[in-house]
Design a binder for this molecule. Structure first.
Ligand code: GCU
Length: 634
């Protein structure tokens, strides 16, 4: 089998026009495949820190009174004008000044940094000055870990990138726009409007955390370099598959080598380049004794990919730490390294512990996963969008399995080309960034979308795209469970998209939104197509510390009653292979405004916003301690 993969997204650069009215109809810059393993590269320099930032709710920085681009855009940045004798002249009538602006911390959403920004969804302009001297035969790339939602980047006044999507990484080459004196300036405009043609669209049950919410790094690379590379066992466990993308004018005529713990496992010439990019598929033997990554032994290997010139001298290398394992299904079972496993998990929002922000700091992942693992989980559902890289790195280290998801959530405009384009590019970001993460076992293409011909086609396109990028993992989606009113003795899973998935996720709220606690345990589940089922959502709201009758909503006791009923029902489902209650902790959402109880928070957490443990945590611990992996098929 040629491990080569269709060259998805190779360079076809559509660069947005100069500062046209930025609607999502604007062509976005479609750069080459993602730069990955960024923080392991020798030429990486962090640009994180305090960035001067100006809010721009009326888009004054881009448009004139009539919505046309203005030539005085804030993208030019601001340089004091000096008289011959060096005195600073009053600048022209620029009604902005980054030198005098307050700062925002990067990475971080603006929502928790200034009171007037707590629900702000407009535009903010960031400036970052830095010193970086360009060097001949070296290239400079700026990489954004994430920015929510529509981002334009200018380097020294030149429009270099336009990215749409709030949760995944993107990068832009700025080599040709660097000043020779080394004094560089980035201006970044981030706009966080919710619009019907976006993904997600206008309604979500989580906070719209606008801003530069991911790390920002400058990466210095050789003229020809390794842009991305990945390696994993194929589902049989008998082959190593992956790919390497070479970026540069001399991509052809050189060779590639891949090593595991310093030993060659694969070598090949660089294929001919297309628009300066060459992608080589990897299909190699598995070295004897390659230890499998698992929950009990999350062992990772040093994997390196090398670009060599004709004389065998190294031009560039890429390093990563990779855990090798297989994840497959058999009937209604999920198999890790060929053995059936029960995914005893919890659903997690990337909602920061202890502060109003996306969980964008590396130690946020550690805190959230400590809370999760205190419940005895072996699995986390990273909902409903791409989580920061640190979360997957931490799952790799801890031996936790992870469900990774796209924000194709509720009402999407299925036939709108902007929505299709954004979902596809977000899927590329979700899969390409984390293909070396052993913990990532499931790519989820949607959450709670209503069946219909346009939606089914939209999701099937994403399922195929995920498999084209990565044939080694499972593809799923969290599906609606919307029973009618009245008695519920049975529930039948009949979503037509199930047949296209490897695993089916189901979000059921028996006992909270419908049905009742007392009849929930006796509900019998059936399914149209035979698939492993992960119960991807269930639960109840409870304000931490609010106690009362176990049938009184918003009490911890009622939350316990719903979980007990849910687990009694779930344990009887013959095709259940996983379970993730909603949710690890209370999380910020403008949708939830019940005074004195919600106050802008979804209270379905097992923990409160600051880790306050609710009574239901003990229920989860007890159930998980007594829910064994399925017996191997005889
Ligand atoms: C839905 C949805 C979640 C939401 C939850 C709730 O299932 O997927 O994003 O937060 O219900 O109502 O709490």
């Amino acid at each position: 089998m040629n491990g080569g993969l269709p060259l998805v997204g190779l360079a076809r650069r559509l660069v947005g026009e100069q500062a046209r009215p930025v609607t999502s109809a604007d062509p976005v810059s479609r750069p080459a495949p993602l730069l990955t393993a960024v923080r392991r590269r020798p030429g990486v320099h962090s640009l994180d820190g305090e960035w001067p930032a100006l809010i721009d709710p009326y888009r004054t920085g881009e448009f004139d009174l009539f919505g046309n681009p203005n030539g005085r855009g804030w993208h030019r940045g601001h340089r004091p004008r000096l008289a011959a004798d060096g005195t600073v002249l009053p600048t022209d009538r620029t009604e902005y000044d980054f030198d005098a602006a307050p700062t925002l911390t990067v990475p971080g959403s603006w929502v928790g940094q200034r009171p007037e920004l707590s629900l702000y969804e407009g535009s903010v302009w960031y400036q970052r000055r830095f010193t970086h001297r360009p060097v001949d035969d070296r290239r400079t790339i700026i990489r954004f870990g994430s920015a929510n939602h529509d981002t334009r980047v200018w380097c020294n006044g030149v429009d270099v990138a336009h990215h749409i999507g709030g949760y995944g990484p993107f990068d832009v080459e700025v080599t040709d726009h660097l000043r020779s004196d080394g004094e560089q300036q980035l201006i970044v405009r981030v706009e966080a409007e919710r619009t019907p043609d976006r993904v997600p669209a206008t309604d979500t049950d989580w906070a719209n955390d606008g801003g530069l919410t991911g790390h920002v790094d400058l990466v210095d690379v050789p003229a020809t370099f390794l842009r991305t590379a990945w390696l994993q066992l194929d589902p049989s466990g008998d082959r190593l598959v992956g790919s390497v993308v070479v970026d540069g004018p001399e991509a052809s005529g050189t060779s590639l080598v891949c090593r595991i713990d310093g030993t060659d496992v694969w070598a090949a010439p660089v294929p001919s380049a297309e628009a300066g990019l060459a992608e080589a598929g990897i299909d190699a033997d598995v070295p004897d004794g390659l230890t499998r990554w698992s929950a009990d032994d999350p062992v990772r290997h040093d994997v390196s990919w090398h670009l060599l010139d004709d004389a065998g001298r190294e031009i560039d290398r890429l390093d990563d730490r990779v855990g090798f394992r297989t994840i497959t299904t058999s009937g209604t079972r999920i198999l890790l390294n060929g053995a059936p496993i029960m995914l005893r998990g919890i659903a997690i929002h990337a909602d920061a512990p202890h502060r109003d922000d996306r969980a964008c700091r590396d130690d946020d992942a550690a805190t959230l996963l400590d809370w999760a693992q205190s419940l005895g989980v072996n699995f986390v559902r990273l909902s409903h969008y791409q989580h920061p890289e640190a979360m997957l790195e931490a799952c790799d280290e801890r031996g936790l399995l992870a469900w990774c998801e796209l924000p194709v959530y509720w009402g999407i405009d299925w036939t709108n080309p902007n929505a299709v384009d954004s979902a596809r590019s977000q899927l590329d970001e979700l899969v390409i960034r984390d293909r070396n993460r052993a913990s990532a076992i499931i790519w989820s293409v949607a959450n709670e979308t209503l069946p219909g011909p346009e939606r089914n086609e939209f999701l099937r396109d994403l399922v195929a795209r995920a498999r084209a990028h990565d044939p080694t993992r499972l593809v799923s989606a969290a599906l609606f469970v919307l029973p009618g009113s009245g008695e519920h003795e049975t529930h039948h899973l009949d979503d037509p998209i199930a047949a296209d998935l490897d695993v089916v996720g189901a979000n059921n709220y028996f006992g909270w939104y419908y049905g009742d606690v007392d009849t929930t345990p006796s509900i019998v589940w059936t399914q149209d197509v035979e698939r492993p089922l992960i119960m991807t959502e269930y639960g109840a709201g409870a304000l931490a510390g609010n106690h009362g009758h176990d049938r009184a909503r918003w009490t911890e006791e009622f939350q316990v009653a719903v979980y007990e009923a849910q687990y009694e029902m779930q344990r009887a489902i013959p095709f259940i292979a996983g379970t993730t209650p909603w949710a690890l902790k209370d999380f910020r959402t403008p949708k939830r405004q019940l005074p004195g109880i919600q106050d802008g928070w979804n209270r379905k957490g097992v923990f409160g916003p600051n880790g306050e443990e609710k009574l239901v945590a003990e229920v989860v611990r007890r159930v998980y301690a007594d829910w064994p992996d399925p017996a191997p098929a005889d």
